[in-house]
Each structure stands twice: as structure tokens, then as C-alpha cells.
Design a protein around this ligand. Structure first.
Ligand SMILES: [Zn+2]
Length: 163
């Protein structure tokens, strides 16, 4: 029996960020379409995925919020890039990250965030002492952490490189 059912034509239709450009070869027994994404990317998507709204971009939309797409690395729940930035940023009144003036105590409080936990480094009458405590804690907590991370990155990069 001849199969005369007209083939579904999605050419020109939009699904999220994707516009169907042309029919593509079937994926298995599923019909599929070459789609162009608003970002300029292309992707071949099964008809069923387009119609059900399962695929709405070349992959860029889905990954936009993920850490890996932003180039961030998490190790044990600590974001390496935030950590690095944190050692340089000057974003509070004292001018030193992790050192804040506690008016009620009339002391400078030093603290450090590491792996999601704030470690209290004590109260200091002298700002310089609080800043010093913070610097020492940075070296202790971040120094080895970043060194380990960099070593791991270097190791994995050299493994991937062609021999
Ligand atoms: Zn895209």
C-alpha cells in the first residue's frame, strides 16, 4: 500500500529560540529538523521534541544559568572563581573583605567564608590586627585550596593534550 500521507513540514516555524530551516535525516525512526537558534547555533532536533517543547534552543538557553557555561568551577561547593575574586575585591566599609566594624562591641570583627561556612576569626581593637587575621586565614583556607585546584586543572589539561 502506497503511503501518501504528506510529510509534516515544520520549515519556517519557531519553537522557542529555534527556527526550523529544513528537514533533516531521521534520528532512528523519528523525523527530525535542522533548526537555527537565535544565538546563531544550529541543532538537529526530533519533531517530537520540538512539538513537546523539550528542545527550545541549540543548548545555549538551557546552559545559560549553569555554572559550567559561565566558566565557573565548583569544588566541594566552593566556587573557585568567587574565591579568587574575593581575595581582591574591596567591597565593604573597612576596605578589607571579611573585616567589619562592630559598633556594639567597638571592635573589628574578622571572618572568612569557606565551603559555605563563615569562620569567625575573632574581634580586634586594632583594624590592622583584624586585617592581618583575615590575610592569614586567606592563606590558610584559600591558598592551599586554590593551589590544589590549579594543580588538578594543570594535570587534567596535560592529560587531554595530544601526545
Ligand atoms: Zn543557541
Amino acid at each position: 500500500m502506497a503511503h501518501t500521507t504528506a510529510r509534516l513540514d515544520l520549515t519556517g516555524q519557531r519553537f522557542g529560540k529555534l527556527t526550523v530551516v529544513a528537514p533533516a535525516e531521521n534520528i532512528g525512526r523519528r523525523t527530525a529538523w535542522l533548526c537555527r537558534c537565535d544565538c546563531g547555533g544550529e541543532r538537529i532536533v526530533k519533531t517530537v521534541h520540538l512539538r513537546e517543547g523539550k528542545v527550545t534552543s541549540c543548548g545555549c538557553a538551557k546552559e545559560k544559568h549553569s555554572a559550567s557555561a559561565l566558566g565557573l568551577h565548583y569544588v566541594d561547593g566552593t566556587c573557585v572563581e568567587m574565591l579568587r575574586a574575593n581575595t581582591k575585591r574591596r567591597n565593604n566599609k573597612s576596605g578589607v573583605v571579611g573585616v567589619v566594624w562592630r559598633p556594639a562591641r567597638r571592635r573589628w570583627q574578622a571572618s572568612i567564608m569557606f565551603k559555605g561556612t563563615r569562620h569567625n576569626l575573632g574581634m580586634y581593637a586594632q583594624f590592622d590586627d583584624a586585617a592581618k587575621a583575615r590575610r592569614e586565614a586567606e592563606a590558610l583556607y584559600y591558598g592551599s585550596f586554590l593551589a590544589d585546584f590549579d594543580a588538578a586543572q594543570t594535570a587534567s589539561t596535560s592529560q587531554e593534550a595530544p601526545a
